[in-house]
Ligand binder design. Structure first.
Ligand SMILES: Cc1ncc(C[n+]2csc(CCOP(=O)(O)OP(=O)(O)O)c2C)c(N)n1
Ligand SMILES: [Mg+2]
Length: 591
């Protein structure tokens, strides 16, 4: 007769899912899990804040394609993790949050760390359960993974009351499920595929807009389809690198098909748009949609509820993205397809212009380091295969433009929650997942404060990443936005001033360096990338340069100014006095 406790059951069940590492911050409610994790030689990465543990589980999934696991204690551990879970939920990222809980036997007796965790987590998870019987822990772990990764992925929450978790049960009476999810993904209907391919063959200017569904279905064949059908591919942030950005058929972000980008050409923009595992929301342009109103739109998504959201579409195909792509390849092999030469040449010219859009600004810039120069120089210092994490308002945008992602899961940034502070946790998780690869993180100075103590997590867990803080001494996107709306010098709560982040990082066990001259960026990067410790480079940049995205967001609806350039975007007077310009949402008429 052998008895095992709930912690042992939990760890064995995780092991069956291929999990070997967990992100956590200690709580006594969890000790039976830690004891089992030690027996099974798990890597236990301990953070300084549960928000970071949850972001790390999220980041793990974004870089590996498989769910990350965060384990947090009852009460404040769970509430601290909420932002991380919400971030994963908004972006359909599979992760498992395990939360401790006060004893079932003490409900309503005012025990320690008791709060309605299920009530808090339910609206931001795909599935949330509280386990009431020790023997059922493996069954619930299996269900948690099934829910996290099946269909549209997402975060799940599993709550373990301490009296359930620490109880022991006869090993032979604990069932471990074996087969509990489909082995084959769902494919497109015959009619849907036939219609999609017929339209593809008719199209003169087709485009695929690929999203997270492509990455999480591991659609390695997308490049093959693009080549076979001479199909331009654009991606959102989550899908960057699913077709290498060095490939001639990758045209960067969705903006490449925006009608405004093609107005002058006279040739028109995309006439067929295939949305592949991407939702129709702000990243397809929101109200200022990148999707031409007269284009045929085919939307392929594993989640039927997403099809037709926010826009009429001409064909909805419910399917796993990879299965759709594979079947399309099978059907198109040997077919004659238009090379779309003029269209591809035009997109190529737009892409090239985009890649060099800041060259002049950088070359002619006087004063502190231009933020585009910073992004460009750090990108140049990195291996082609590096994993890059970008966090911060304007900082993330500068970096997103400067980086060329050659592999999926190698560029991580914000999503629909617009959640600052993900940078360090994402990068640390990426290093844990890919110990042999360069992992680089760039963070706005403001955002760096949100999870700053995770420098200590990197130092103590031996996760040597390079972190650049883009120090413009302000919440840049916020302050620039205020000044665009209210006039130069008018701002509230958006100044930070000079902070010596490099010294603070040193205090937490990291290397730290201050960089103030552009020519010092490359040597500092070299030292950091060659170090066996986590490094913080605090790089001071020009606070007056406005990132064009900020300008576009805040000036939306304002009268066009032909000479508006990022360096001169902030005027002495409010840019617009008619109507109300909502930060991020542009001009609206409000009653
Ligand atoms: C957690 C969180 N808090 C606040 C915001 C609002 N916000 C959006 S951009 C921004 C400024 C970011 O400043 P910084 O990180 O320094 O980057 P910069 O824009 O200066 O490059 C703020 C405060 C947010 N998106 N997320
Ligand atoms: Mg800043």
């Amino acid at each position: 007769m052998v008895k095992i406790d709930g912690g042992e059951m939990m760890v064995r069940a995780l092991e069956r899912e291929g999990v070997r590492e967990i992100f956590t911050l200690h709580g006594g409610h969890l000790d039976s899990i830690y004891a089992a994790a030690a027996r099974h030689d798990f890597r236990v990465i301990d953070t300084r804040h549960e928000q970071a543990a949850a972001h790390m589980a999220d980041g793990w999934a974004r870089t590996t394609g498989r769910p990350g696991v965060a384990i947090v204690t009852a009460g404040p551990g769970v509430t601290d993790a909420v932002t991380g879970v919400a971030n994963a939920f908004m972006d359909s990222i599979p992760m498992v949050l395990v939360g401790g809980r006060s004893p079932l036997a003490d409900d309503d007796k005012l025990p320690l760390q008791a709060v309605d965790q299920m009530g808090i987590l339910r609206p931001i998870t795909k599935w949330a359960r509280s386990v009431t019987h020790t023997e059922r822990i493996p069954e619930f772990v299996a269900a948690a993974f099934r829910h996290a990764i099946s269909g549209r992925p997402g975060p799940v929450f599993l709550e373990l009351p301490i009296d359930v978790l620490f109880r022991r049960a006869e090993e032979s009476e604990v069932p471990f499920p074996e087969n509990y999810r489909p082995k084959m993904p769902p494919g497109p209907s015959r009619e849907g595929l036939r219609q999609a391919l017929a339209w593809l063959q008719e199209a003169k200017r087709p485009a695929i807009l690929a999203g997270g569904g492509v990455w999480f279905s591991q659609t390695a064949e997308l490049t093959q389809l693009a080549e076979l059908a001479h199909l331009p591919v654009m991606t959102n942030a989550k899908a960057r690198g699913t077709v290498s950005e060095e490939h001639p058929l990758n045209f960067g972000g969705f903006g490449a098909i925006h009608p405004a980008a093609h107005r002058k050409s006279g040739g028109g923009t995309a006439d067929l748009v295939i949305l592949l595992g991407t939702r129709i929301g702000m990243f397809t342009g929101g109200r200022n949609s990148v999707i031409p109103s007269d284009a045929r739109v085919i939307q392929v998504d594993i989640e039927p509820e997403e099809i037709g959201r926010n826009r009429d579409i001409q064909l909805g195909v419910v399917s796993d993205c990879r299965e759709f792509v594979r079947q399309a390849i099978d059907a198109l092999e040997g077919e004659k397809i238009d090379p779309h030469q003029e269209w591809i040449e035009r997109l190529t010219a737009i892409r090239e212009a985009g890649r060099h859009r800041y060259d002049d600004a950088i070359a002619n810039h006087k004063g502190p380091i231009h933020p585009a120069r910073l992004a460009h120089d750090v990108a140049k210092a990195l291996d082609k295969d590096a994993i890059v994490v970008a966090d911060g308002g304007e900082t993330a945008a500068w970096m997103g433009n400067a980086w060329t992602a050659c592999h999926p899961g190698h560029f991580l940034t914000h999503g629909y929650l617009g959640c600052l502070g993900v940078g360090l946790p994402f990068a640390l998780a990426a290093k844990a997942a890919h110990p042999d690869q360069q992992v680089f993180c760039i963070i706005g100075d403001g955002s760096s404060g949100l999870n700053f103590s995770e420098f200590h997590t990197g130092a103590k867990n031996n996760l040597p990443i390079t972190v650049v803080i883009n120090n413009d001494k302000q919440w840049g996107m916020s302050k620039h936005g205020q000044e665009i709306m209210w006039g130069k010098g008018r701002h509230v709560a958006t100044e930070l001033g000079m902070v010596h982040y490099e010294k603070a990082a040193q205090g937490l066990g990291a290397n730290g360096e201050l960089v103030e001259r552009a020519e010092d960026i490359a040597p500092a990067m070299k030292r950091a990338l060659g170090s066996s410790r986590i490094t913080c480079l605090n790089i001071v940049t020009d606070s007056d340069v406005v990132e064009p995205g900020t300008l576009a967001m805040y000036s939306a609806g304002a009268p066009k100014k032909p000479e508006q350039s990022p360096d001169k975007a902030v005027e002495e007077k409010p840019a617009d006095s008619e109507g109300t310009t909502l930060p991020y949402y542009g001009k609206r008429k409000l009653e």
